[in-house]
Design a protein around this ligand. Structure first.
Ligand code: 5AD
Ligand code: SF4
Length: 478
């Protein structure tokens, strides 16, 4: 049941959403009567793997589950429903899921009423679903990323038929607005602005599992953030695989730069962040909007992936090493203190020592605040996986270590420059660090640990930086 809106995207019809609310209500009644019989509420354990978009999807699942009367548990053993929201960007994320699923077999034998569900990106791959069907027969529900909103219906079917339910939509789904959400945090919120990716970088599986780019309507985004402002949220992070493409599919004048200018007016929200930006699509218009909008933080995550132009071409990234460096200078001209972070893959097929030297050279020239570094992982179905020039694990690891060594030194040097400076910090809560009891982040997204108190949580305060580490800062309330 789909409803094509004249503005371009496709939305799940209101009747379909209403149907899901009906299923949520039916399950809530079943759970309420079970609660009377067993004297306890039904529990769910949900574990997410992967990126922030997956975390945001998990918040939606938790919203639906809460509507159905479930409370969250922190162990699978104690739960009536166990859900794994999976990721397939790299092989190790997939292996973890199989490990966890295997460990649940005994729990299911001991308690056949326990419901086990797997969803997310991994499930959008046919061979994964077949494998689960054959080897993990104790799994009750399998669903993908495109039909997340249908979870109440699938759960209802499993509860009633006690049989396995597999429902994976192959093609990219329509956008579901109006479903419940239960956010993990009370200060910072994620807001997905678009789904999917059209870029087909040669190593990446995302376009195959998340489908083509689909933007949410601007009104729906603005309404969601307005409510967050009213609920005392202070920071929002706009999410999308490639947020710079926002609006291109809507067929009107809207762009990501216009979207953030609009959001900048929303009352209560103090900080705006976004990720991820593709360098090829980062427009001058966006740089100027970032410069002009006071709430947009001076931080940009701009994945470079590799330093060698030859490798970048092979990756289908559509920019060269020089283009990237020029783009960074343009950004720094307008926003001089901007913190830059990036993603880098080491050991992409055919990467030579000389190619890798280019990556190190970019690190030294750009001087990122932080780099997320990944060992290249072969993803079936992607062009790079077919290459006969795979780099050995040993070489990948050596390069990875070298990259960390170079980057860590730069990160520490950049942090050292902040010594004695006063930074605006959004206080997040208790710190894991035993000496400094509270923690927050600067506008540049750097963690600051300091001595504070409970009433500061959720507030913006000034902190003088008194110490620096590679990945965090220490300070005193100023
Ligand atoms: N192997 C290693 N890293 C990958 N990424 C995406 N696909 C792969 C892969 N096959 C990394 C990219 C991307 C980040 C989210 O994950 O750096 O920006
Ligand atoms: Fe993957 Fe490239 Fe799309 Fe990012 S831009 S999700 S790396 S295909």
């Amino acid at each position: 049941m789909e409803n094509s809106k004249d503005r371009g995207n496709i939305q799940v019809a209101p009747e379909e959403i209403a149907l899901q609310y009906k299923y949520m209500n039916d399950i809530k009644e079943i759970n309420a009567s079970d609660e009377t019989n067993y004297g306890r509420k039904k529990k769910v354990f949900l574990q997410s793997f992967g990126c922030q978009m997956n975390e945001n999807d998990s918040e939606r699942l938790l919203g639906m589950l809460s509507e159905m009367g479930y409370i969250e548990a922190n162990k699978a053993e104690d739960s009536d429903v166990v859900i794994f929201n999976t990721c397939c960007v790299r092989e190790n994320a997939e292996e973890k899921v199989y490990g966890h699923l295997g460990a649940l077999k005994k729990q299911k034998t001991d308690n056949p009423d326990k419901i086990i569900a797997v969803c997310g990106c991994m499930m959008q791959q046919g061979e994964v679903v077949d494998h689960i069907r054959k080897k993990y027969r104790h799994v009750d529900i399998v669903f993908g990323t495109h039909n997340l909103h249908k979870f109440p219906e699938l759960l209802y079917r499993t509860i009633n038929t006690k049989s396995t339910v597999i429902d994976v939509m192959e093609s990219a789904g329509s956008i579901a607005e109006g479903m419940p959400i239960e956010r993990k945090d009370a200060i910072k919120a994620w807001v997905t602005v678009m789904y999917g990716c059209n870029n087909f970088c040669s190593y990446c599986i995302v376009p195959y599992v998340r489908g083509r780019e689909r933007s949410r309507n601007i009104d729906d985004i603005v309404n969601e953030i307005t409510v967050l402002g009213q609920q005392n949220y202070k920071e929002i992070t706009l999410l999308g695989q490639n947020v710079n493409s926002y609006g291109k599919d809507l067929g009107n004048e809207i762009s990501f730069a216009k979207l953030i200018r609009e959001i900048n007016h929303i009352e209560g929200i103090e900080r705006i962040r976004f990720m991820t930006s593709h360098p090829k699509d980062l427009s001058e218009e966006l740089i100027l909007a970032m410069r002009d909008c006071d709430k947009v933080c001076e931080h940009l995550h701009l994945p470079i992936q590799a330093g060698s132009t030859r490798i970048l071409n092979d990756m289908n990234r559509k920019y060269s090493k020089e283009n990237y460096i020029e783009l960074v200078s343009k950004i720094r001209e307008e926003i001089p203190d901007i913190a830059l972070t990036t993603d880098i893959i080491v050991g992409y097929p055919g990467e030579t020592e000389e190619d890798f030297e280019h990556t190190l050279d970019v690190l030294k020239k750009v001087r990122f605040d932080f780099a997320y570094t990944f060992l290249y992982s072969k993803r079936t179905g992607t062009p790079a996986a077919k290459s006969s020039e795979q780099v050995s694990d040993e070489v990948k690891k050596q390069r990875f270590e070298k990259l960390l060594e170079v980057q860590n030194k730069i990160s520490k040097e950049i942090n050292d420059k902040l010594l004695g400076k006063v930074e605006e910090v959004l206080v997040e809560g208790l710190s894991k660090n035993s000496i400094w009891n509270y923690t927050g982040r600067t506008r540049a997204n750097k963690i600051v640990n300091f001595k504070g108190s409970k009433e500061l949580v959720g507030r913006l305060i000034n902190v003088k930086i008194t110490g620096t580490q590679t990945w965090s800062l220490e300070g005193e309330i100023y």
